[in-house]
Design a protein around this ligand. Structure first.
Ligand code: AHR
Length: 548
């Protein structure tokens, strides 16, 4: 099986020594060893990065397991509408405000023929889906996804099959989606019941094409040329598209960064962004099952961003181009428990239970840290997708009678609700702890790094006069005092203040205990003389929203 081969491939590549990483670099925040035990965060609303693109809080739905079928689409259910969409799930996604949803894969897309999923349902073929060894009924396809996006208020981020399909069919899908009428593919859309074009702006040129597990896997040069041709043909159809090339699938790939360089050397002129993916886990290989190391892993995401940007800018510099690529972190999450055997093999079933990871408190805290990293890098990361959205490594789990929210739901929901305006370039002085690095390979992999106990990101919305501060206390044992130092104007009031914490790092939610891990009110911190003081509980993620 492609995915099983993938697992063993990843394991081998993790144990193999890769090139040593660059020293720890944080582009948009400053961490330093503090002399006292309290943390200081310096905020100045004049130091704003570029306006935050809300697409960095996107998500992902793949034809995989129960994400689509039984997740968002369940015809015949009393919970569904006339189109078969789960009303409870749609209402939840709408209130969350997910700005963009990647679809239809993932590994699935590399063997998917979009024509199978459009037109009268009775004529759509039942397919043996190879990436996850499942049966794909095609009862949900492109037009259904567009209708669902409209229902929930999200934009589509469309994935294209550059594995078994062609640039010509990629351009045909653009024509199907974006041309009004009078051509073969636009008229097919109209015949299938949709008069107005969908005007899909963002497109992924394939998925993880560097991975030996991927259907249609090829070399970087081959993929780069195919992506360039797809981009060329797609832009002939619609010149306004934003196109994303496949970068490295994770930072442990033996071709990490080399792949990205070689791909961009072929297709730089045709793309706007480069993708990167990453899944984290508290595993013997990654962290030695040590939660203090696990809490530091968002710093590894930060390095991956810096390294991928370095390659984009290297290729740009070599070409003397004015074009500055952005990054699409279009798969990120915690995923380590449900990665083998029947959790990744559908055994020829429709909607099998695949990748149904159950998240605990420590996973949610790390997801908070990963959100912080995305906010801090939002000047160059313009799209990011929490992978995925429903039932499959997801914040929301459904059954026939409802849904519940997993622990990781909360930091993601807070980002959607409270982060707005621009990320602030903050300076943080935090005490640190020594932790074995996830990335550095010198000294036989025994490389300790200094990890700040408190990890912070902040956004400032000038129009609303609001500042949101997101604080991750990695200290698993002790509370941490924090002082926010307002360098220009101090806020006058606290609008919201919430914390996610608990005594048991391994606690999780379920249908039988949906509120076991849930946010609590956090005492509103007070501000005097331009300083706000607060104490973060141990093992916690906190958001405070301030008004002018
Ligand atoms: O999100 C699950 C899988 O992880 C996706 O299908 C693939 O792109 C990645 O390897």
């Amino acid at each position: 099986m492609a995915h099983i081969a993938r697992r063993s491939f990843l394991k081998n590549s993790l144990t193999a020594a890769a090139a040593a990483s660059a020293p720890l670099v944080f582009r948009n925040s400053l961490f330093a060893q503090a002399s006292s035990s309290s943390t200081r965060v310096y905020l100045d609303t004049r130091r704003a990065l570029a306006p935050l693109d809300r697409n960095i809080f996107g998500s992902f739905l793949e034809h995989l397991g129960r994400a689509i079928y039984e997740g968002i689409y369940e015809p015949g259910s009393s919970l569904s509408d006339a189109a078969g969409f789960r009303k409870d799930v749609a209402a939840e996604i709408k209130q969350l405000g997910v700005p963009i949803v990647r679809y239809p894969g993932g590994n699935f897309v590399s063997g998917y023929h979009w024509l199978d999923g459009v037109g009268p349902r009775k004529d759509r073929p039942r397919i043996l889906e190879k990436a996850w060894n499942s049966i794909e009924t095609n009862q949900f396809g492109t037009d259904d996804f567009m209708a669902w996006c409209q229902l929930v208020g999200s934009k589509p981020l469309m994935g294209l099959n550059l594995g078994t399909s062609t640039p010509e069919m990629a351009a045909a899908l653009v024509e199907y989606c974006n041309v009004e009428k009078g051509t073969k593919w636009s008229d097919l859309r109209r015949a299938n019941g949709t008069a107005n074009p969908y005007k899909v702006e963002h497109w992924c040129l394939g998925n993880e094409m560097d991975g030996p597990w991927q259907i249609g896997h090829m070399t970087a040069v081959e993929y780069g040329m195919k992506a360039a041709d797809a981009g060329r043909q797609m832009r002939y159809v619609d010149g306004s598209l934003k196109l994303i090339a496949c970068g490295s699938s994770n930072n442990s790939m033996p071709t990490y960064l080399e792949w990205d360089r070689e791909v961009l050397e072929q297709c730089f002129d045709y793309v706007d962004g480069l993708s990167l993916h990453r899944y984290f886990g508290n595993t013997p290989e990654e962290t030695g099952d040590d939660s203090t190391r696990y809490m530091a892993l968002n710093l590894s995401m930060e390095r991956q961003i810096a390294e991928s940007l370095a390659v984009c800018d290297y290729v740009r510099g070599r070409r003397h181009s004015s074009k500055r690529l952005w990054l699409s972190f279009d798969e990120w999450n915690v995923w380590y428990r449900k990665r083998s055997g029947s959790d990744v093999d559908g055994h020829g079933q429709v909607a099998p239970h695949l990748l149904e990871e159950v998240y605990n408190l420590e996973d949610a805290l790390l997801v908070g840290g990963l959100v912080n990293t995305l906010i801090r890098n939002s000047d160059r990361v313009k799209i990011a997708c929490l992978a995925q959205l429903i039932n499959v490594i997801a914040p929301i789990m459904t059954n026939a009678s409802g849904f519940y929210r997993q622990t990781i739901y909360y930091p993601y929901a807070w980002a959607l609700k409270y982060a707005s305006g621009s990320a602030l370039k903050i300076a943080v002085e935090s005490p640190t702890y020594e932790s074995l690095s996830a990335d550095y390979r010198e000294r036989g992999g025994k490389f300790n790094e200094a990890v700040p106990y408190v990890d912070v990101s902040a956004t400032f919305d000038r129009a609303a006069g609001e500042t949101a501060v997101f604080l991750f206390n990695r200290d698993l044992a002790s509370a941490r005092d924090v002082e926010l130092v307002w360098e220009d104007t101090a806020p006058t009031r606290v609008l919201d203040s919430l914390v996610l914490t608990g005594n048991d790092l391994k606690a999780f939610n379920g249908f039988d205990k949906p509120q076991n891990v849930a946010p609590k009110g956090f005492d509103k911190p007070s501000t005097a003389n331009g300083r706000t003081k607060m104490q973060l509980p141990p093992r916690s993620y906190t958001v405070v929203r301030f008004g002018a």
